[in-house]
Ligand binder design. Structure first.
Ligand SMILES: Nc1nc2c(ncn2[C@@H]2O[C@H](COP(=O)(O)OP(=O)(O)OP(=O)(O)O)[C@@H](O)[C@H]2O)c(=O)[nH]1
Ligand SMILES: [Zn+2]
Length: 354
């Protein structure tokens, strides 16, 4: 199995990916998909099978610029990455702390299964956050409610989940029952890539193992030939399933946080944004202002107070991350100006001493 090869279609190739490539690219290199990112290069899968490719110095800054699921062009004559192909979607991790730096986690994911359980784990505000993140990344969110076998009123959980965003797909499931897996099959299509997020204990590993179990040894490393022909054992983070879809399971998925996700938040809270447009005054503060449509909706019970509070909280976070981006840019500008001054001083001193 570990030496199995896949067609481009099976690997998830889309014709749109080729729009980013020239004839030259195709003559000197071939497309491959990254299944793991290592310190010294990337593990790839292509129509040639499993392989390892080094990332030349200076290509997209460093290995950190590549993510599992990325498509790259690998040189025909050497196991070396030639270039990365434009991503269709990108789940990025926002670093903890004040820097708000974005680190790519998974690329070209089609569906993000947002997993929660039909119990105390179910938290609409956290789900709104995950859905915003998926929308921002360009990935279709699907809500998966596990432990349906242990809840009295599954329908109530499904209804709450449907209220997170208009039109969102919701499926309740008993992850311990392989027979109930069929509810996820519409997204497990050949060449499609899925990933799971959710808190600890909701059943992500159970579902991932069910989907990939009979196809690969999930956690075990696979022997492969590296660039120098040595055998190495490397862990992978992208796995085939029996239905032909791929599951990306990387440790980074567990640390996804909402970054600069303005469009994602706007997509999830379309109801509130539409209400705001109906306020009498364009600069309505939605706080005791006359003719406020949001407050009217609250009073009429059309809008949930918790949802509005979470929308405001996310807006504040977005403002915070915009501010820190600005500060970083400003800091960079100040540093450049300082460096320029130092160079000038040096030139002047040299000029005088001559
Ligand atoms: N009854 C029932 N138990 C479930 C279901 N899904 C998961 N479990 C159980 O819940 C526990 C946690 O499941 P995991 O799959 O390990 O959860 P996880 O999301 O991967 O958790 P982390 O690895 O900590 O992120 C396990 O004991 C599972 O057997 C379900 O639908 N019904
Ligand atoms: Zn208002």
């Amino acid at each position: 199995m570990s030496y199995q090869s896949y067609s481009l279609h099976q690997l998830g190739w889309r014709t749109t990916l080729a729009h980013d490539l020239t004839l030259d690219d195709f003559e000197s290199a071939y497309p491959a998909r990254i299944t793991a990112v290592h310190r010294d290069g990337v593990a790839v899968l292509s129509s040639r099978g499993h392989g390892h490719a080094v990332v030349p110095h200076g290509l997209h800054a460093d290995v950190g610029a590549f993510a599992v699921g990325d498509w790259v062009m690998v040189e025909q004559s050497a196991d070396r990455v030639f270039r990365r192909i434009q991503r269709q979607s990108l789940l990025a991790r926002v670093a903890a702390g004040e820097t708000h730096a974005h680190q790519p986690i998974a690329a070209n994911v089609d569906t993000l299964f947002i997993v929660t359980s039909c119990n105390g784990d179910f938290n609409p505000s956290r789900l709104e956050r995950y859905v915003s993140l998926a929308m921002q990344a360009g990935v279709t969110p699907v809500m998966v409610l596990t432990k349906a076998d242990m809840a009295d009123d599954v329908a109530a959980f499904v209804d709450s989940a449907r209220a997170i965003m208009p039109g969102i797909e919701v499926r309740a499931i008993n992850a311990l029952d392989p027979g109930s897996l069929h509810v996820l099959l519409p997204w497990m299509v050949e060449g499609c890539t899925v990933a799971f997020v959710g808190s600890s204990g909701v059943g992500k590993s159970t579902l991932t193992n069910l989907l990939t179990g009979d196809v690969t040894q999930h956690t075990a490393g696979i022997r492969e030939d590296d660039a120098r022909g040595r055998h190495t054992t490397t862990a992978r983070e992208m796995f085939p399933t029996s239905h032909g879809a791929w599951v990306i399971d990387t440790p980074g998925m567990r640390e996804l946080r909402l970054g600069a996700a303005d469009e994602g938040v706007a997509a999830v809270f379309v109801d509130i944004e539409a209400l705001a447009e109906q306020c009498r005054f364009g600069d309505c503060g939605h706080d005791g202002d006359a003719g406020c449509a949001i407050e009217r909706a609250l009073a009429e019970g059309v809008l949930d107070a918790r949802r509005l509070a979470n929308y405001r909280k996310l807006q504040r976070e977005l403002a915070g991350s915009r501010r820190s981006e600005r500060e970083k840019r400003e800091h960079g500008r100040q540093f450049n100006a300082m460096a320029k001054r130092a160079m000038q001083d040096k030139r002047e001193r040299l000029g005088r001493s001559r």
